[in-house]
Write a protein that binds this ligand. Structure first.
Ligand code: FAD
Length: 620
């Protein structure tokens, strides 16, 4: 697979005998029904013909309508295909956006007690994972908003320690052999964080996980088993006596864009479809900075003035309000998962595009005024606590100071397009990671990224940092003293500095020692240089709260009863129950949450009997 081809519209004009899976990779499945019709490809298909004309009036009632062709929606549809249900899948984006955010993801999955972990000497168990989950989630609304979230959390940890691994393998998913250690916590055993490495990277990253489900959906769509309508934006849910009976919305003009770019919202028609069940799988609010600010919790101070967006524009959160209007209840709105190590993408795909650094444990982390953060606010340890500490400073950025030796081993960037070796499943290129020098994508940021300062002396580095920030808040002597203090502690294999102890601890894990944690050295050792400073922005990403659902994925109303006909899966449902993560995530739990909620909803709907004599669909 060559992901770069995804960005090149010229590939759209070629269509020469590719398989469905190849077409998916190359995005040749791009053109809308209308264009296909003009080309005579589907003239003989009456159902599609009617949809593509402006006459409308197609009589069609579905067993289920799924809103959103992201990972959660696709997983639900796959279950419904297995159950031979009549399904309509709609999405506001063009077909080349199938898979939603998951396509852009690093493909990290939270799994417990796997062969990959055991091969690396990691002893994990369901009990340890549940201890970590509860310690991280900090559920404190169990009587109400957290009630179903807690139930989903228990079920999810069971899944991650049980059937998830074999189920993914049966979908053709393979894993990179070194398991990553995300969110290490840094407090007590019962507190936040993964006690052991659990972040399993899918071989092929996000596109591979999407392909496992999207190829089945596209195949079913091409053979007429299901209907898939891209560029169909839902603006309302139809209701009858309090039950949801269908969807209505706008047909958006076709537009040729690269995957991930913002698509046109020009309306060329409207539609209405009815179904026994409507599944909302529309994702979170991460690209809607206004909504993020509106829901920003006061415990984290004022919302940042400047944030970069870690998600494409279609993550607009609009379906939340639409679903609320139809009776669904949103809970835990104040819980979000934004990252503190965001870079402005020097080669952006979407507006205000930010890329997250997945840092190893060695970089020194300073606030905007030049004070080093205290435990547990070390790179990769406790995202929420670090966000809180940053926000308390009144500035919305912070700094890493590190060496060339650290960046070579410890900087990874999140996102499929930032890890082309893994995305392309190229063993040759992956092996190059152990050669001297940072990975290609990191080197490109070093050379072109506006957040990087590189210098041979600390004085020049601090001057460069002040210049970049446009102020003179950083005092050279103050920074030097803190670095010297840290460097004195590195002489021994033991130390009182919590971050240095954590670094030694990390290197006791073979995976970190091999590829993630640089050998301990002084930051001011010229042999480890040059020195590097990186300005870190707040990067929006995941929505932890959402539509409250029971374990069948039924959306509940304010009284705690299911809204008839209404279901939700994925990020819009807080990945289950309206907030399965509580306040914090252990990472790799979002893709997994989409798979689990999509699977549960799809399975449940697969067992339901059709409701007799239902109404029609109209498209004009
Ligand atoms: C760069 C990046 C890296 C990530 N890395 C990881 C990782 O390593 N591990 C992990 O667990 N998670 C990761 N994530 C998070 C994870 O990818 C997402 O949380 C998850 O894919 C969300 O899936 P979803 O199906 O719920 O929503 P989405 O993927 O957002 O899909 C929702 C779909 O609904 C459509 N839609 C929305 N509103 C409407 C409407 N009104 N009408 C019609 N259609 C609508 C949208 O167009 C979209 O296609 C990453 C995310 C990003 C962006």
């Amino acid at each position: 697979m060559n992901l770069q081809k995804n960005y090149d519209p010229s590939y759209l004009s070629e269509n020469n005998g590719f398989t469905i899976s190849q077409k998916f990779c190359l995005n040749l499945n791009f053109r809308c029904f209308k264009e296909k019709l003009l080309e005579g490809e589907i003239k003989n298909n009456t159902k599609l013909y009617n949809r593509c004309t402006d006459k409308g009036g197609v009589e069609m009632h579905y067993d289920a309508i799924v809103i959103g062709a992201g990972l959660a929606g696709l997983t639900a549809v796959c279950q419904l295909i297995d159950a031979q249900k009549k399904v309509l899948l709609v999405d506001q984006e063009p077909e080349n956006s199938i898979g939603g955010q998951a396509y852009w993801s690093f493909g990290g999955l939270f799994l417990v007690d796997t062969p990959e972990q055991r091969r690396l000497g990691i002893k994990d168990s369901k009990e340890l994972a549940w201890q970590d989950w509860r310690g991280s989630a900090g559920f404190d609304r169990l009587e109400d908003e957290d009630y179903w979230a807690y139930e989903w959390a228990k079920a999810y940890v069971d899944f991650a320690a049980g059937e998830k691994y074999q189920w993914l393998k049966s979908q053709g998913i393979q894993f990179f052999p070194v398991v990553g250690w995300a969110e290490r916590g840094g407090a007590l055993a019962g507190g936040h964080g993964n006690s052991v490495p659990r972040f399993h990277i899918v071989w092929g990253t996000g596109p591979a996980i999407v392909e496992a489900f999207a190829s089945k959906v596209l195949q079913a769509s091409e053979s007429g088993l299901i209907d898939y309508l891209p560029r169909h934006q839902v603006t309302d849910l139809l209701t009858e006596d309090g039950a949801v009976t269908g969807i209505q919305g706008n047909i958006l003009e076709n537009c040729i864009i690269r995957r991930g770019e913002e698509s046109s919202r020009e309306v060329i028609g409207t539609f209405e479809y009815t179904a026994d069940a409507v599944v909302v799988a529309s994702g979170g609010i991460g690209a809607n900075l206004e909504l993020v600010k509106e829901n920003w919790p006061s415990r984290l101070g004022l919302p940042p003035k400047n944030m970069v967006s870690g998600v494409p524009a279609f993550v607009d959160g609009k379906m939340l309000e639409i679903t609320e209007r139809a009776g669904g209840r949103i809970v835990n709105r104040d819980r979000m998962w934004h990252y503190t190590e965001g870079l402005k993408n020097w080669d952006p795909i979407w507006k205000n595009h930010g890329i997250r650094i997945l840092p190893g444990p060695s970089s020194m982390w300073f606030d905007a005024r030049g004070d080093r953060f205290k435990a547990p606010n070390f790179p990769g340890f406790d995202t929420l606590s670090t966000l809180e500490a940053i926000q308390k400073t009144g500035y919305d950025y912070s700094w890493f100071i590190l060496t060339e030796k650290i960046i070579e081993k410890e900087f990874a960037l999140s996102g499929s397009e930032q890890n082309m070796d893994l995305t392309n499943k190229s063993i040759k290129d992956v092996l190059k990671r152990v050669l001297p020098g940072p990975p290609k994508a990191v080197q490109a940021f070093k050379e072109n990224g506006e957040d990087f300062v590189i210098a041979n002396s600390l004085k020049d580095l601090v001057d460069g940092m002040n210049k970049l920030a446009g102020n003179d808040m950083l005092d050279f002597m103050h920074i030097k003293e803190q670095i010297l203090a840290r460097d004195r502690e590195i002489e021994n294999p033991f130390s009182k500095d919590a971050q240095i102890n954590a670094l030694h601890g990390a290197r006791n894990y073979i995976g970190d020692k091999l590829i993630r944690a640089a050998s301990p050295h002084k930051i001011l050792d010229p042999k480890a240089g040059p020195l590097i400073a990186v300005r870190l922005n707040i990067l929006t990403r995941k929505t932890l709260g959402g539509l409250q659902t029971n374990l069948n994925g039924q959306v509940l109303n304010d009284e705690g009863n299911p809204v008839q006909g209404l279901f939700a899966a994925g990020e819009v449902s807080g990945f289950g129950g309206g907030g399965v993560h509580g306040y914090r995530s252990l990472e790799g739990t979002f893709l997994g949450g989409c798979l689990f909620t999509g699977m549960k909803v799809g399975k449940y709907l697969g067992t339901l009997k059709p409701v007799p004599n239902k109404a029609k669909a109209i498209e004009v």
